[in-house]
Design a protein around this ligand. Sequence first.
Ligand SMILES: [Cu+2]
Length: 145
Amino acid sequence: MQRLVLASILFLAAASNAFGQVAVQDPWVRATVPQQKVTGAFMQLTASRDTRLVEARSPVAQVVEIHEMAMSGNVMKMGAVSGIDLPAGRRVELKPGGYHVMLIDLKRQIRDGDVVPITLVFESKDKKRETVEVKAHARALSGRM
Ligand SMILES: [Cu+2]
């Protein structure tokens, strides 16, 4: 009996691992002022197996892109990337000044405290796709971006 219980626990652990490949921690969105048409979403991603963030969607924006911000000479530049590699077991941070999810052509103002749904699409090396829904909390923070 004891052994049977243990076996089913192990099975459950394996099953949840197989389905939830990517853990998303602390998703948040920078709140906007009226008329502002773009903002960024940030979070920490940890994949249990090698995968790649290839797409993001959100009902609050017409267009959602994956962006990278990096120094080019003395200038901070931002641009779309085709995806972000997530090596197994390594936490990858999307943060101001680095990788972020760019919400473009916002349909409404994002106020401090709002909850913004974001769908993340991951693709593994064997081209299998996994979708993860996150609820990002809007925070009003001053600063660039
Ligand atoms: Cu951007």
